[in-house]
Design a protein around this ligand. Structure first.
Ligand SMILES: NC(=O)c1ccc[n+]([C@@H]2O[C@H](COP(=O)([O-])OP(=O)(O)OC[C@H]3O[C@@H](n4cnc5c(N)ncnc54)[C@H](OP(=O)(O)O)[C@@H]3O)[C@@H](O)[C@H]2O)c1
Length: 303
């Protein structure tokens, strides 16, 4: 599976996920064209080889975008932002792909399963729904990759594992499975999906699905410390806290204000955004990185 003569047109190649997708397309032997906005091309790092077709383009100019997409077999978006990017710029990119006759499009979804969530429960995921509405109406074959939460966030801002007090905090049930995939595994899978002409509308992946109870065991195994569970409250209480945080610290112009992370956590602990069934086995050569491995890495590097 995988057409390596295909040209993958990648938007967002200067970003964290996009650069990894680009690298992986090259490793798979695919042809790569990256669309970067004027002034940020210097953010493209050492992975860009002479074979990569780098196009500086004005993302607000649909005609220029269309020319930049021409000849592509799949447009992959790894853009990140709020409405002006996720809905407006991505819509221009979609129109450009359709106008240029590109047969396939992978939107910048890369999240928990927003298709199963009611509107109003997650500001950022509502933007994906808004874009999805346009995508479904467009004459192009789309594939969304849904990967749960990036695993490394457990070592960073996501308040699941609280290292200083050696607790795994949870809302609702300690047995609710939660989906985690590393950013590298997500990129590896997405590059394969970009080259896979038979890829379906949705591909759902999880490097590992662990409940809070299993996260506790993973944290204990990874660190050698004895982690315990801490039940903070029900999902209803979390909703109240989200409302309060939103009032006190609105920061609406930020992509990830604290209340948005809390919304993500609520969606995960509610079980509504659980990914199922999983498509992990679609490309059998991928080795999925366990959560404990990522936690142990942070332990050894002191991240
Ligand atoms: N599931 C998860 O846990 C999780 C966590 C984090 C991210 N994500 C998702 O992964 C995807 C990629 O995120 P990321 O963290 O890799 O993002 P990132 O590192 O911030 O990169 C964003 C990319 O979007 C481009 N971009 C932003 N605004 C633009 C605009 N107005 N016009 C053109 N390009 C623009 C940036 O280009 P410039 O360099 O020119 O600014 C950059 O290439 C997003 O869908 C994000 O929501 C998922």
């Amino acid at each position: 599976m995988g057409d390596t003569s295909a040209t993958i047109v990648l938007a967002g190649a200067t970003g964290d996920l996009g650069s990894r997708i680009g690298r992986e397309v090259l490793q798979l032997g695919g042809q790569l064209r990256v669309l970067v906005r004027s002034g940020t091309a210097e953010r493209l790092t050492a992975w860009i080889t002479d074979e990569v077709d780098v196009r500086e383009v004005d993302f607000t100019d649909t005609q220029a975008l269309r020319e930049a997409c021409r000849g592509g077999s799949c447009v992959v978006s790894a853009l990140s932002g709020l409405e002006p990017v996720v809905v407006e710029i991505q819509s221009r990119l979609l129109d450009a792909a359709v106008g240029a006759g590109v047969p396939r499009f992978i939107p910048s979804d890369f999240s928990i399963d927003f298709t199963k969530l009611p509107r109003g429960t997650n500001r950022n995921l509502d933007l994906r729904k808004n874009f999805q509405y346009r995508l479904e109406a467009a004459p192009i074959r789309a594939t969304s990759v849904l990967n749960g939460m990036f695993t490394h966030l457990l070592n960073e801002e996501a308040p699941f594992i609280v290292r200083p007090i050696r607790r795994v905090i949870y809302w609702g049930s300690a047995d609710q499975p939660l989906d985690f995939t590393t950013i590298d595994d997500t990129a590896t899978f997405t590059a394969r999906a970009a080259l896979d002409t038979e890829a379906p509308r949705f591909l759902r992946i999880a490097g590992e699905s662990l409940s809070a109870r299993q996260l506790r065991d993973a944290a204990t195994a990874a660190t050698g410390d004895n982690y315990r569970l801490l039940h903070v409250g029900g999902v209803g209480l979390l909703s109240t806290l989200i409302d309060v945080t939103r009032l006190i610290v609105p920061r609406r112009g930020e992509v990830y204000p604290p209340w948005q992370g809390m919304q993500y956590m609520r969606n995960m602990y509610s079980g509504r955004a659980k990914l199922s069934p999983l498509d992990n086995a679609r490309y059998p050569d991928i080795r999925w990185t366990p959560v404990a491995e990522v936690l142990a890495r942070a332990q050894s590097t002191g991240e």
